[in-house]
Design a protein around this ligand. Sequence first.
Ligand code: ZN
Length: 252
Amino acid sequence: MTVTGKLVRVYQVDKQIRGLRSRLTAAERFLNEQTRVLGELATRKTAVDGQLRQITASASNEEGEVARITGRVEELRERMNNARTNKEYKALLTEVNTLKEQRGTHEDGAISRLEQIDKLKAQQAEIESQHTERTRMREVAESERRERADEIKDRLEALEAEREQVVADVPGEVLRAYEELVEQREDEAMAPIEIADRKRHEFTCGSCMMTLPIESMSALLSHGSLTRCVSCGCILYLEENTRESMTAKAKK
Ligand SMILES: [Zn+2]
C-alpha cells in the first residue's frame, strides 16, 4: 500500500471519530452554557443581596431618626404648654417647626428606601426563579451529555483501536504533516482529486475546487507519494472509481 493509501485509512477513521464526537461536543457546549448562566445568576444574586442589606439598614436609620424627632417634638410641645412668656413659646414653636421639617425629610427618605427594598425583593425573586429553571436545564444537559457519551463509547473505543493500528503504518513525518492539517482544517485536511475533464487532463482539488497540475494526478497514480494541493495545501488522494477510470483510460 502506498503512503497516501495508508494515510487515507487514518483519515477515514478520524473522520468517523469526529462525526461520532460531534453530538457529544454539542451536548458539552450546551452543558457549559448552562453552567455559565448559573454562575452569572449567582453573581447577580450576591450583588442584589448586598444592596438589600445596605438599603434595609439605611431605611431603619431613617425610621430611627423619625422616631427620635417625634420624641423630641413631644417634649417641646410639653414645654410649650408650660411656657411662661410669649417669647419662650415662639422660640419653642420655631424649634418644633424646624424639627418637623427635618422629620419630613427623613420620612421621605424612609419611604423611598422602602420602595427600593420592594424592587430589590422583586429582583431577588426573579433571580431565584431563573436559577431554579436553569438548574433544571443543567440537569437535563448533564444527563444528555452522559447519554451521548455512553452512546458512542463502544464505537469510539473500537475506532480508536482501529486508528492505533492504521496509524502505525504511516511514517512519522507524513503523520505530523497530516495532523497539522487536521488541526487547521479538520475534515478538509485531505481531499480526493476530481476529474473535471478526462480528455483534456483537467483535474481539480475536491476541497478548494481549484485546478491541479497533471503531475498531481500522475504522482498519485504511479507512486502514491504524499501530494498536496497547490492551492489550498490539503493532502490529495484518489478515490477508487477515479483510479479505475484513469487506469481504464490508460489501458485503452
Ligand atoms: Zn485544494
